[in-house]
Design a protein. Structure first.
Length: 396
């Protein structure tokens, strides 16, 4: 249970956006769905997300919307279009209760909507991706985009992000073809770099629509780049390794191995402690995690789960005593800034210098399988430049 919910930080949902130029299909969607341009964007978002098995998230809180969003994405236009599509039975709508910060309202396409869009796309060429209105976004504590002062550094950063986007959106990024599906999602998508509260927090690259980032982990193995199979490499224990690196300390091979505790749960607890602002918030989050049930046979959120969470926190601190004072200290935001800088270095080397598409997924990257060695070298080099230490890399 985080202090602030940012939809982009949860891969289980896809934040609503305007991914495509709607002009080529506007007349057909308008006729089929009797909706406006915002509704057309929602229809296409639901259609693509259907094949990824993900809902599309949006907010019913007007405070979430601001001047920096796409003109079609306003509180009135979005809520009206979603409600209209729900009334027609074309989406499954999960309306969130007001004030619940840890999850957004969401919707999913019905099979009827999917069939209607497929019929439209049978007659149309591949849709053109729409450019982003902004590629550097600063959010306030509630996740709302805010104004910021332009600087030369931000201008240079935007130029790089635009160059990454040009390469990515020119590539064919897809899932394997299924014979019973006419139009599969186009996983190519422009990215924005998103900061939280200030430019020293966050900064990760988020694709603005259904993309390789939202593809379920098990299915990402099937993603292709220009028809070539891909490989995904990630940094081992990235954030905890970075905390050790900041102190010039070595880290053991498996930083999530804690005696007496299931590794999956120990990993979740360690990462939760790195990102939490207080120990109590970390304890609540760990106690409510579903792994309490699957790994320990304890009801999540129960008194017993809270006792177990407290004991696990003590074990994590004992295992990582050298950096214990960095736990539940809100270190995650600054670590994300460092790992986003590493991602920029990796993509600059791979995509801009070598012409190899490298798709970021926060602490991992997808590349064509033939470019595995290039990616590993670029990741290790980027980590050394940012942290001063050698972080290890492995195949997911």
């Amino acid at each position: 249970m985080s202090d602030v919910y940012y939809p982009e930080q949860d891969e289980r949902q896809i934040p609503l956006g305007v991914k495509y130029d709607l002009k080529p299909v506007w007349a057909e969607i308008n006729t089929a769905f009797d909706t406006d341009a915002t509704g057309a964007a929602i229809v296409l978002a639901a259609f693509e997300a259907f094949f990824l098995g993900r809902p599309v998230s949006y907010s019913r809180n007007w405070n979430y919307y601001g001047a920096h969003r796409h003109p079609l994405i306003t509180y009135t236009k979005v809520t009206r279009a979603v409600d209209q599509l729900e009334a027609k039975g074309l989406i499954h709508h999960y309306r969130q209760l007001p004030g619940y910060l840890n999850w957004q309202s969401a919707f999913e396409a019905t099979t009827e909507l999917v069939a209607m869009v497929q019929a439209i796309l049978e007659e149309k060429p591949r849709l053109r991706l729409a450019p982003l209105t902004q590629v550097t976004i600063l959010r306030d504590a509630k996740g709302k985009p805010v104004d910021y002062r332009r600087t030369r550094a931000i201008d240079r950063q935007d130029q790089k992000t635009e160059a990454f986007n040009e390469a990515i959106t020119s590539a064919n990024i897809a899932l394997p073809t299924q014979s019973n599906v006419v139009a599969l999602p186009n996983l190519a998508c422009p990215m924005a770099r998103i900061y939280n509260r200030d430019f020293n927090r966050g900064g990760r690259y988020y694709a603005r629509g259904p993309s390789w980032q939202n593809t379920p982990k098990d299915n990402r193995r099937g993603v292709t780049i220009n028809d070539e199979p891909t490989v995904e490499l990630d940094f081992d224990g990235m954030h905890i390794a970075m905390l050790y690196a900041r102190r010039g300390l070595p880290i053991s091979e498996d930083c999530y191995a804690i005696d007496g505790w299931p590794r999956k749960l120990a990993k979740v607890a360690t990462l939760t402690l790195i990102n939490a602002t207080t120990q109590r918030k970390a304890q609540e989050s760990i106690a409510h995690n579903g792994l309490m049930s699957s790994e320990l046979g304890v009801e999540p959120g129960s008194a017993e789960a809270k006792i177990k969470a407290t004991a696990l926190i003590k074990a994590v601190k004992a295992r990582h005593v050298a950096i214990a004072d960095s736990l539940h200290s809100d270190a995650g935001a600054s670590l994300m800034r460092d790992d986003s800088d590493m991602a920029e270095i990796v993509m600059t080397e791979m995509t801009l210098r070598k012409g190899i598409i490298a798709l970021p997924i926060h602490d991992s990257f997808l590349v064509p399988v033939s470019k595995r060695a290039d990616l590993e070298e670029a990741m290790i080099d980027a980590a050394h430049k940012v942290t001063g230490s050698r972080l290890t890399v492995s195949e997911k």
